[in-house]
Design a protein around this ligand. Structure first.
Ligand code: SAH
Length: 360
C-alpha cells in the first residue's frame, strides 16, 4: 500500500500516543520494546520532524513507520517579538486551523503559554479568544507541538508550561491530562508537573475529576469577582456554577492534592476593583492555602471593560495583604504584540510564512 507524502489525514497521529500505547503498537509491528523507547525519544526528546532522522532504525522500518504515521501536528507560521523579549507564535494545525502560543523569558526559566482549543465556548465577556466560539479541541500532539516548535525554532529550552492560551483546558479534559502526562514523561521533555499550571474558568465537576488524576500541577481558577451577580455579568459560565460551589471544589482539590490554588482576578475599571470588593474577596479566601494573581485587564476592542488604574490595583492588593492573603500583580509581558492574557485569538485559515518584529 502506498500513501502520498503529506497526505496525513489517513495516517495515525504517532505523537498523541503515550509511551505505553506506542510500545504496544511497535510490538504489534513485530519489533522489540526498546524500539518504542528509541522512537519515543526521537519524537519527544530530540523533537525530530521526519522518520528519516531516526538514524538508529533500519531504513526499512523507517519507511514502514512513514507509511503509517504522521509526525507533525502544528507548525509555527509566524512569529512576533515584543520589546520585552516575549515572542508570540502563530501555529498552524494540519487542518488549517490556527492557534497562538507565547514564549516568555523569566529569571527562573522559559515559560510557554499554550492553547488547548481552537476557539472557546466559555464566552467570558472581556476575552478575545472566545469571540468566534469553539471550533474544536486540540489533540495531545497539537499541544505538545506548540512547545516543540518553539524549542526547535528558537533553540531555547522550555522549563515551564502554562495552559492559559486560547481555550478552556477542562473542556478538553482527556486530551489535556494525557498531554500533561506526556510532557512530564521521563522519556520525553520531562518537564516537572510542578512547573505546569492549568487555568480554568471553574468547571466544578472537572476540577473534581482533575483532583482524581493525582497530578502535581498548579491549578489556577479564574474568579474575577467576589460575588455571583457580578461574576455572571462577566462570565456566562457563572450561570452554571456559583462561587460557593467553586470554592468547595477548590477545597476538595487542595485536600486531595496538597497543592496550593491560584486565583486569577482580572481587574476591570469600576467593575470589580473597589476596596470593598477586595475585602469581600479576602473573606471568601480566608484560611485557604491559596495565592491571588491580579491581572490588570488587557482591554480588547469590542469586549467588556477598561483596565483598572495602577493605583486601584495597588489598593486592592493592599487590602488583600492586610487580610493576610498572599497576592501578586502579574507582570505583563507581550502587551504590544497582543500576546498578553485574553488577547489571543483563533486565526483564520490560510496565509503564508513570514516573520514580523514589533518594537514599540
Ligand atoms: N479558559 C481558561 C484559560 C484562558 S485565559 C480560564 O478561563 O482560566 C487565562 C486568564 O486570562 C484567565 O484568568 C482569563 O480570565 C484571563 N483573561 C481573559 N481575557 C483577559 C483580558 N482581556 N485581560 C486580562 N485577563 C484576561
Amino acid at each position: 500500500m502506498t500513501e502520498e507524502k503529506g497526505k496525513t489525514e489517513q495516517k495515525t497521529d504517532i505523537k498523541s500516543m503515550d509511551y505505553g500505547e506506542l510500545d504496544s503498537v511497535i510490538q504489534s509491528l513485530g519489533q522489540k520494546s526498546f524500539r518504542a523507547r528509541q522512537i519515543y525519544q526521537w519524537l519527544h526528546k530530540n523533537l525530530v520532524t521526519d522518520f528519516e532522522e531516526m538514524t538508529n532504525l533500519s531504513k526499512e522500518f523507517r519507511t514502514q513507520l512513514e507509511s503509517r504515521f504522521c509526525i507533525r501536528s502544528a507548525r509555527a507560521v509566524q512569529r512576533q517579538i515584543s520589546s520585552d523579549g516575549t515572542a508570540k507564535f502563530l501555529m498552524e494545525l494540519n487542518d488549517g486551523n490556527r492557534v497562538e502560543s507565547v514564549l516568555m523569558k523569566y529569571h527562573h526559566g522559559n515559560s510557554v503559554c499554550i492553547s488547548t482549543q481552537a476557539g472557546c465556548r466559555m464566552g467570558c465577556r472581556f476575552c478575545a479568544s472566545t469571540v468566534g466560539g469553539l471550533i474544536r479541541s486540540l489533540t495531545p500532539s497539537e499541544m505538545l507541538d506548540q512547545i516543540y516548535e518553539i524549542q526547535r525554532t528558537t533553540g531555547e529550552r522550555v522549563s515551564h508550561v502554562i495552559l492559559m492560551g486560547i481555550g478552556e483546558p477542562l473542556d478538553n479534559f482527556d486530551n489535556v491530562v494525557k498531554f500533561i502526562r506526556m510532557l512530564s514523561d521521563e522519556h520525553g521533555l520531562h518537564i516537572s508537573q510542578r512547573n505546569i499550571t492549568l487555568s480554568t474558568c471553574g468547571l466544578v465537576e472537572k476540577i473534581d475529576a482533575l483532583a482524581k488524576e493525582r497530578l502535581t500541577i498548579t491549578l489556577a481558577v479564574s474568579l474575577h469577582a467576589p460575588d455571583d451577580g457580578l461574576r455572571r455579568e462577566m462570565m456566562p459560565v457563572a450561570q452554571r456554577y456559583s462561587i460557593g460551589q467553586i470554592m468547595d471544589a477548590c477545597r476538595r482539590y487542595l485536600e486531595q492534592t496538597g497543592r496550593r490554588i491560584t486565583f486569577e482576578y482580572s481587574m476591570v475599571d469600576g467593575k470589580n476593583d473597589s476596596p470593598r470588593q477586595a475585602q469581600k474577596l479576602a473573606e471568601l479566601l480566608r484560611g485557604m492555602n491559596c495565592h491571588v494573581n491580579l491581572i490588570p485587564l488587557n482591554a480588547v476592542e469590542g469586549r467588556m471593560g477598561r483596565r483598572s488604574s495602577r493605583d486601584r490595583v495597588e489598593k486592592f492588593k493592599l487590602t488583600l495583604e492586610k487580610n493576610l492573603i498572599d497576592v501578586t500583580i502579574r507582570r505583563e509581558l507581550g502587551r504590544d504584540i497582543d500576546a498578553a492574557c485574553g488577547q489571543l485569538r483563533n486565526k483564520n485559515k490560510g496565509g503564508k510564512l513570514h516573520e514580523s518584529i514589533c518594537e514599540n
